[in-house]
Design a protein around this ligand. Structure first.
Ligand SMILES: [Zn+2]
Length: 168
């Protein structure tokens, strides 16, 4: 029953003007890729969702695909399938569901972005000019950030989230 499905809501504070909504089912999908064993490789994909004013609502996340580069400590999204799926959603939703961000895993309990992650996120924020969500899935918790060309942070209402400012 989708109506009863729990959603995770990330916000800066209870009064914050921007929220990130993620259905529990998608959170569980991402958690399935946690690198719990030594041989587990990094995974990742793109986040597809709807923008409602300053808010982001995630509706789907792609998972690792055959053409992606995956090692223990690196995920490089290379497979064109990620954006092919994004285009299909865009067309079938008549332009309401589209690319809203990125996710990937880290082999650490409480992840924090690497220098490469930050550089990539800044490039994406520079191109998008709209709020964007970035998620890193650790073995115990997540790192969730909202990227926007403004001074603003995203902090979590869930105890396992931390915050990041991406100010341009
Ligand atoms: Zn990373």
């Amino acid at each position: 029953m989708p109506g009863l499905q729990q959603e995770l809501i990330f916000a800066q504070s209870p009064e914050a003007p921007c929220r990130l909504l993620m259905p529990q089912a998608i959170a569980e999908t991402l958690n399935r890729f946690r690198q719990l064993r030594v041989r587990d490789l990094e995974a990742g994909g793109i986040l597809l969702g709807v923008r409602r004013g300053p808010h982001l609502e995630i509706v789907e996340a792609t998972g690792p695909m055959r053409g992606d580069r995956r090692t223990r400590t690196e995920f490089v999204r290379r497979d064109p399938g990620h954006f092919q799926l994004a285009q299909r959603h865009w067309r079938s939703s008549r332009g309401t569901v589209g690319y809203v961000g990125e996710w990937h895993t880290h082999p650490e309990p409480w992840p924090s972005p690497s220098g490469i992650d930050i550089a990539q996120w800044h490039r994406i924020v520079d191109e998008e000019h709209r709020p964007t969500a970035f998620v890193i899935v650790g073995t115990q918790g997540w790192f969730v950030a909202r990227g926007l060309r403004e001074r603003g942070c995203l902090a979590g209402t869930e105890p396992w989230t931390t915050l990041l400012c991406l100010s341009a």
